[in-house]
Design a protein around this ligand. Structure first.
Ligand SMILES: Cc1cc2nc3c(=O)[nH]c(=O)nc-3n(C[C@H](O)[C@H](O)[C@H](O)COP(=O)(O)OP(=O)(O)OC[C@H]3O[C@@H](n4cnc5c(N)ncnc54)[C@H](O)[C@@H]3O)c2cc1C
Length: 376
């Protein structure tokens, strides 16, 4: 009985919370954005709804972030799978531009481990994570959500709601949160290395067959991560990319299943409505040149949590429109230009810039600076 009791009481607690009429803070989505926001909320009781039955069982993301972002995310060393000081851009298999830093500028996080760790920390703080519970509809005016869970369909009320549903953007759109967004596909897998490759370089490929996207080859502790991001026919392009890398003798056998999902280019416009706020992919908080979302989430989650604690979501809305959006909008504009017409501009420009460019740690979070530095 003593072994079973904690499990029974946890279960009872969940049922009671789901049945209670008004929650304090309700977060929809147990991804990085939802969990990190919950972790930073200090003064209020948080319930997170996650539609999947487990957190961290399948992640779609590569998990490459700058050192500064990794520090903000408080990443422990055990879940770092690679450390990088160079970015090598391969253009049409003919030219190579090397962006180099004297010390490490980026790391690769084990994303599955990271979200599991966040869930643990969130629960240790006394917040609740309810698995297998899907929000179907949100009414911002009445502060209510219709939820489908193992107990059936019911309506929950909450004083404050956060939408962190990821790139699906169903609820954020329904509620009236606004962003500029372009959806692309991303697919990747781990491979064995067949050629010795330098463990500190991230390789990025642009090529006609990669369309308006790009490919990547990233050495990690788990093997080499190979991926492709593109506007359509992503799997076909991925297969061509793999064939090319195999022909060049860089990779051999695939060692993991394929994984991936929707990647975004875009930026947020309006992230609050009444007592509801949006964060992460749900409102296109991404660096459009790489489609990375963790940088913006690492910043926005702290500001949002502070606004939730002080019950003033307007502060968060103002911070997003004044500080975050302009920066991400600039990156979006650059990405549109760079990847226009099968990245022809990027490929042309790369022919006229220096071959070796200094990489500043901050460039990793703001790729426009990288382009400007390359051009200057
Ligand atoms: C192939 C690929 C590679 C990437 N590589 C990088 C990278 O290297 N670096 C980087 O910074 N970013 C990268 N990204 C982007 C990054 O993964 C996202 O920006 C980030 O995961 C967004 O986090 P999120 O919490 O907003 O959304 P998600 O991680 O998608 O989490 C949303 C969660 O909400 C749940 N959910 C959705 N709807 C509901 C609902 N109605 N009710 C309950 N739960 C719901 C989902 O099940 C999910 O768990 C990559 C993305 C892809 C696809």
């Amino acid at each position: 009985m003593s072994v079973l009791w904690p499990k029974i009481s946890l279960l009872l607690n969940r049922v009671i919370k789901l049945r209670s009429t008004e929650l304090d803070v309700l977060i929809v989505g147990g991804g990085t954005a939802g969990l990190l926001t919950a972790l930073h909320i200090r003064n209020r009781a948080v319930t997170i709804l996650e539609q999947r039955r487990a957190i961290g069982a399948s992640t779609h993301c590569s998990g490459i972030v700058s050192i500064a972002t990794a520090e903000r995310l408080d990443i422990p060393e055990e879940i770092i799978e690679g450390v990088y000081s160079r970015l090598v851009l391969h253009v049409d298999n003919q030219r190579r531009l090397v962006f180099e830093a004297p010390k490490s500028v980026a790391v690769k996080i084990a994303r599955d481990e990271h979200v599991k760790l966040l869930k643990q920390l969130v629960e240790d703080r006394g917040h609740e994570v309810v698995l297998g519970a899907r929000a179907l509809h949100i009414d911002p005016m009445h502060g209510s959500t219709v939820v489908h869970s193992r107990d059936g369909v019911k309506t929950l009320k909450a004083k404050t709601m956060v939408i962190a549903e990821g790139a699906l953007m169903k609820l954020s759109r329904e509620v009236g949160l606004r962003c500029v967004s372009l959806k692309l596909g991303g697919i990747q897998a781990y491979f064995e290395v067949s050629q010795r490759i330098d463990g500190e370089s991230i390789h990025v490929y642009t090529h006609n067959f990669l369309g308006k996207g790009f490919g990547w080859v990233v050495p990690t502790r788990r093997g080499v991560l190979v991926g492709v991001l593109s506007e359509r026919m992503t799997f076909h392009r991925f297969k061509v990319f793999i064939a090319m890398l195999k022909k060049q003798g860089i990779i051999s056998r695939r060692t993991s299943p394929f994984f991936g999902g929707t990647v975004l280019r875009g930026y947020p416009l309006s992230v609050t409505k009444s007592s509801v706020a949006g964060i992460g992919d749900a409102v296109a908080m991404v660096k459009s040149l790489s489609s990375g979302g963790l940088y913006a989430i690492s910043l926005a989650s702290r500001v949002l949590a502070k606004s939730v604690d002080s019950n003033n979501l307007k502060d968060y809305g103002k911070w997003v429109s004044k500080k975050l959006s302009p920066q991400l909008a600039l990156q979006y504009g650059c990405a549109k230009l760079a990847f226009l017409n099968n990245a022809v501009l990027l490929r042309t420009l790369s022919g006229i810039v220096k071959r070796k460019i200094h990489l500043h740690p901050r460039d990793f979070d703001d790729h426009t600076k990288l382009i400007i530095r390359a051009l200057i």
